[in-house]
Design a protein around this ligand. Structure first.
Ligand SMILES: Cc1ncc(COP(=O)(O)O)c(C=O)c1O
Length: 389
């Protein structure tokens, strides 16, 4: 018996994997020590658990454990990377390059940088959601200190040309920061292969708990330095003060270990269902896939339903199916998605678009239910719409 509502919004957040919860539980009660307490076993046990988690997290992205800084999530990691570089490298320059389709956590941090006297170049994207590499290279100047470009877009799943961006950054001696919140755990990410100097990601997008994340900070060739954005006890090698969230970090580590072991089979299964969903919905007249489909996250399909009232579309089945009509963080407002707009999609079509994001606990039965519900709603709305409007 299918349980309703069906969850199809894994890019907004994922449920904790029960194996993650099991690993975390002892660290709330018996093993509650502060990982910074050096004088007794409660502290040592907590520190050991954090060390293991740091290894598990690092291994998933090809980093060294000492290159992982634990934070409260990707929003904090984005802020720390961009503001930390801006403050630390002020002597070299004040210019940052980013892109208009970034997540708000990067966009708003870059707007803050502008208010602080920094200069930001906002790269456009093409209709597929990709930046132009020659435009990126041409934007670099002697004052450029950072390129901040996301790995995969949260709304469309489009994966940027990350190794190429890393090579351009290296060639010009500019640091490369990538917000990889949606990519890590879904596709193989390797900071060394990709030439990434700083990278943000988050536990709750990969079946770990909410409120925990990481910033990868390269230690060699070049060693990246950051100005801390929180003053305090100097935790995390001075980059992020504050008592560590030990249960959360343990869960993050376990979640990363599971992703590393299961990513290949999981992404094959999920992309199969995503393709089935997409093929069947695009069989309807005037349904368009948004974003490049050659290099895309395996779990996402962003579709526009022409000639359908966007609000009606959501209201048609949102009691039974949890999907998003844009970024989760902005779905409270009725603004058309800034990502779809940047790709040249009209406001009307952007409003009539849905992001389906599948995940570990999706089932084929759910996919069939979604198909039936969405098709029925689209048919009904199209019949209601007066001709010519
Ligand atoms: C690309 C991207 N960056 C950053 C964030 C923010 O992550 P967090 O919720 O861990 O702060 C999200 C969450 O939706 C995201 O998708």
């Amino acid at each position: 018996m299918l349980k309703l509502p069906v969850y199809c919004d894994y890019n907004a957040t994922t449920p904790c994997d029960p194996r993650v919860v099991e690993a975390m539980l002892p660290y709330f009660t018996e093993q509650f020590g502060n990982a910074a307490s050096k004088t007794h076993s409660f502290g040592w046990i907590a520190e050991e658990a954090v060390d293991l988690a740091r290894e598990q997290v690092a291994r998933l992205v090809g980093a060294e454990p000492s290159e992982i800084v634990f934070t409260s999530g990707a929003t904090e990691s984005d802020n720390l990377a961009i503001k930390g570089v801006f403050d630390m490298y002020a002597g070299k320059g004040n210019h940052i390059i980013t892109c208009v389709t970034e997540h708000k956590a990067v966009l708003d941090t870059c707007r803050h940088i502008e208010k602080m006297g920094g200069e930001v170049t906002w790269l456009p994207v093409n209709s597929e959601g990709l930046i132009d590499l020659s435009q990126l290279e041409a934007a670099i100047k002697s004052t450029t200190i950072l390129i901040s470009l996301m790995y995969a877009n949260n709304e469309t799943g489009v994966v940027q040309q990350v190794p190429e961006i890393g090579a351009i950054a290296k060639k010009h001696g500019v640091l490369f920061f990538s917000d990889a919140t949606q990519a890590v755990g879904k596709i193989p990410v390797d900071v060394k292969r990709d030439g990434i100097d700083l990278m943000a990601f988050s536990a709750h997008k990969l079946y770990g708990p909410k409120g925990v994340g990481a910033l990868y900070v390269r230690r060699k060739n070049p060693r990246v330095r950051l100005t801390a954005q929180l003053d305090g006890g100097g935790h995390e090698r001075g980059m992020r003060s504050g008592t560590l969230n030990v249960p959360g970090i343990v869960g993050f580590g376990k979640a990363c270990e599971i992703c590393r072991n299961e990513m290949e089979t999981e992404s094959r299964r999920i992309s199969g269902w995503r393709n089935k969903l997409e093929a069947s919905l695009t069989d309807l007249p005037d349904v368009l896939v948004n974003g490049n489909t050659q290099n895309r996250l395996p779990n996402v399909s962003n579709l526009s339903f022409a000639e359908v009232d966007g609000e009606g579309l959501m209201l048609g089945f949102n009691k039974n199916i949890a999907v998003s009509s844009g970024s989760a963080c902005t779905s409270a407002s009725m603004e058309p998605s800034h990502v779809l707009k940047a790709m040249g999609i009209s406001d009307e079509l952007a409003f009539a678009s849905l992001r389906f994001s599948l995940g570990r606990f999706s089932t084929e039965e759910q996919i069939d239910y979604i198909l039936q519900q969405v098709k029925a709603t689209v048919d009904r709305l199209r019949q209601l719409k007066p001709a010519g409007i």
